[in-house]
Write a protein that binds this ligand. Structure first.
Ligand code: GRF
Length: 220
């Protein structure tokens, strides 16, 4: 699977639970995976995900946004840590701070995000409740490149789940999260292996596996 011999040093930025970060760390344990998780950064010192990183010997640090006068100062601190750890790729994983266009520009084409909806539908927060309120039958998640506009940027991978009659935002979120944990490592794998090509808004990956069959809800 790996096309470059050196694994790409990857930082995962979190603010809380960190389950996507865990999924990335676990996939990157496979020696042939083309990225290694070299740093976990949180803007909240109390983030639960930091405990997982510590317990699993992954370098981690908190850069508490509250102690900085502004976004630029906060980002300068993060950038210094990213450089110190020779980071090449960033994965945002439940990172709840808006980043400035200047920071994003420095990481253009090298920073991914995971969003709990099928973009471009349901940008922003409370995606599962909004999808249920709209009565959609199919919902899902998206891994995409980060651009200055929030929850936009070329899409690398998506997964869809059927919305069930008895769903609450919580049950739907749980099924979508399972899919996030699958597509995010898959997206990082392709980026780190140099297998992605961005043209405009489209990302091509020459995927030998091909696409799975359609998801229909209800079944036709
Ligand atoms: C995930 O649903 C992700 O899509 C969104 O924030 C949530 C983070 O969850 N951006 P976790 O911290 O990865 O468990």
């Amino acid at each position: 699977m790996q096309t470059n011999c050196r694994r790409k040093r990857t930082a995962v930025l979190i603010s809380g639970r960190g389950s996507n970060m865990q999924a990335l760390v676990e996939r990157a344990r496979v020696p042939s995976f083309p990225a290694e998780i070299a740093l976990v950064l949180s803007n909240r010192p109390e983030a639960a995900g930091l405990a997982f990183a510590r317990a699993n010997d992954v370098a981690c640090a908190a850069v508490d946004h509250k102690i900085y006068a502004g976004r630029e100062e906060f980002e300068r601190s993060m950038q210094a840590l990213l450089e110190l750890h020779r980071i090449e790729i960033i994965c945002l994983a439940g990172f709840m701070r808006l980043l400035t266009p200047s920071f994003i520009g420095q990481w253009q084409g090298r920073m991914l995000n995971i969003h709990p909806a099928l973009l471009p539908a349901y940008r922003g927060l409370d995606t599962h409740a909004r999808a249920l309120a709209d009565g959609v039958k199919i919902h899902g998640c998206t891994a995409h490149f980060v651009v200055p506009a929030m929850d936009e940027g070329p899409i690398v991978a998506q997964a869809a789940v059927a919305v069930l009659d008895g769903d609450t935002p919580e049950t739907l979120a749980a099924r979508v999260l399972e899919q996030e944990h699958l597509i995010y490592p898959a997206a990082l794998e392709r980026l780190a292996a140099g297998r992605l090509r961005i043209e405009g808004n489209r990302v091509y990956s020459d995927d030998p596996e091909g696409a799975p069959p359609a998801l229909r809800n209800p079944e036709a």
